[in-house]
Design a protein around this ligand. Structure first.
Ligand code: SF4
Ligand code: SF4
Length: 394
């Protein structure tokens, strides 16, 4: 196969990349030199100790988590987030929980070693980083990513005392099944989350193998479980996936916060993408839907603050700090109806819409209109979709 044949075979993915670039240009997304979170850094940023991550605090042997575990037990009556036995569930919940557990398996239990790195005599020498970056992106789309961007790894976002001997993170994005996530909290929305992680595991393990085949070190990143190495939110922002939003998530022009991200770390010579700016901070200031409809009251209202809420928050920023403990406690509050919230904050976000002309027009207004129009858009969204505080009680 010659290079022309290869390029022709990959042309559908090249077209998708061009479409995504066209869409961002049309929307008025600006590429900027420095990520927009930089203006909210107020103090020294220390590398975060991953043992203080809210999920990890619940692990029985975590020395930082004693108090968190006691509160969790007092509020939920259980020591862990383990689901209920099936015989305690009604028929719909049995099916929903079984769907969820099946989607967890791959991302939680599949940890293959990467294929051997091709030795120097077979290595593909990189003479054009831009071309190689494009190739890697097309490969990621081929493996199933819905979007892909590249960041140089900023050491501030590597967890404390963790060695990451790689220069770049290739960030793959996939979106939640919208029909599932919109029922949050439910067993179906619970299933939507590990479904994305498992798809990302398939994508990133293959992408890491592909890069090793080219002759360069690469490793897929684990963000489920205690072995994660990178704080992916700022790295995805560095890569230009999106900007920081009220929920503590990355909000992208295409998917809003209705997406999950995962990384392949590598030393393949690449060209990093630039961060983007499209007014997410201003929109989140005009919109509090995630805070309004979060059943756990875990998402803050009002402007960002400099006050972390617990050891699971990394200080040094003026930002929207999420009360992760309330969020996780809520997940286990009613195991008959859900095993995790799945993200009601995600389902009610006005940016969580398909990319069709009507919603694209609303996106354009969200970016370019003054605060009063932004508020009107949020209000229209809440009325049109009949947002309600009510959740299904078991
Ligand atoms: S996942 Fe659910 S409980 Fe957690 S912040 Fe989002 S809406 Fe609130
Ligand atoms: S729901 Fe509104 S405030 Fe929350 S992340 Fe989405 S746009 Fe921002």
């Amino acid at each position: 196969m010659n290079l022309e044949q290869l390029e022709a075979a990959l042309m559908p993915y090249e077209k998708r990349l061009r479409e995504q670039e066209r869409f961002r240009r049309w929307l008025g997304v600006k590429e900027v030199d420095s990520p927009t979170y930089e203006r909210y850094i107020t103090g020294p940023v220390e590398q975060f100790d991953r043992r203080k991550d809210a999920f990890n605090l619940l692990l029985p042997d975590n020395p930082f988590g004693e108090e968190t575990r006691q509160r969790f037990k007092a509020r939920t009556g259980s020591e862990s987030r383990a689901p209920l036995p099936y015989h305690e569930l009604d028929i719909g919940a049995r099916i929903g929980q079984s769907l969820t557990q099946a989607t967890w398996r791959l991302c939680r239990d599949y940890h293959p070693p990467t294929l051997p790195v091709t030795p120097p005599e077979g290595r593909l020498e990189v003479t054009d980083r831009a071309w190689m970056s494009r190739l890697v992106k097309k490969a990621a789309l081929f493996y199933g990513a819905e979007a892909v961007r590249i960041a140089r790894i900023d050491r501030r976002w590597v967890y404390k005392d963790i060695d990451v001997p790689y220069e770049y993170a290739v960030i793959a994005v996939v979106s939640h099944v919208r029909e599932f996530i919109k029922s949050a909290p439910s067993h179906m929305s619970s299933a939507a989350v590990p479904d994305t992680y498992s798809r990302l595991k398939v994508i990133t393990t293959q992408l890491a193998d592909f890069i090793c085949g080219l002759g360069y070190e690469a490793a897929y990143h684990e963000s489920v479980g205690p072995d994660s190495k990178l704080n992916l939110v700022p790295i995805a922002i560095d890569a230009g996936v999106g900007e920081f939003a009220r929920t503590g998530r990355v909000l992208s022009p295409e998917f809003g916060i209705n997406m999950r991200i995962q990384a392949v770390m590598t030393n393949l010579p690449l060209q990093a993408d630039r961060p983007i700016s499209f007014g997410v901070h201003d929109f989140c200031m005009a919109c509090e839907s995630c805070a309004t409809y979060c059943p756990a009251n875990a998402v803050p209202f009002g402007p960002p603050t400099e006050q972390p809420l617990g050891i699971y928050n990394n200080p040094g920023f003026r930002k929207w700090y999420i009360n992760a403990e309330r969020c996780l406690t809520f997940w286990s509050a009613n195991k008959k109806e859900w095993t995790s919230c799945g993200g009601r904050c995600i389902s009610v976000c006005p940016w969580n819409k398909p990319q069709v002309p009507f919603h694209n027009l609303a996106r354009w207004l969200a970016v370019h209109s003054p605060g009063a129009v932004k508020k009107a858009l949020v209000s229209a969204d809440q009325r049109m979709y009949k947002r309600t505080h009510k959740i299904k009680k078991g």
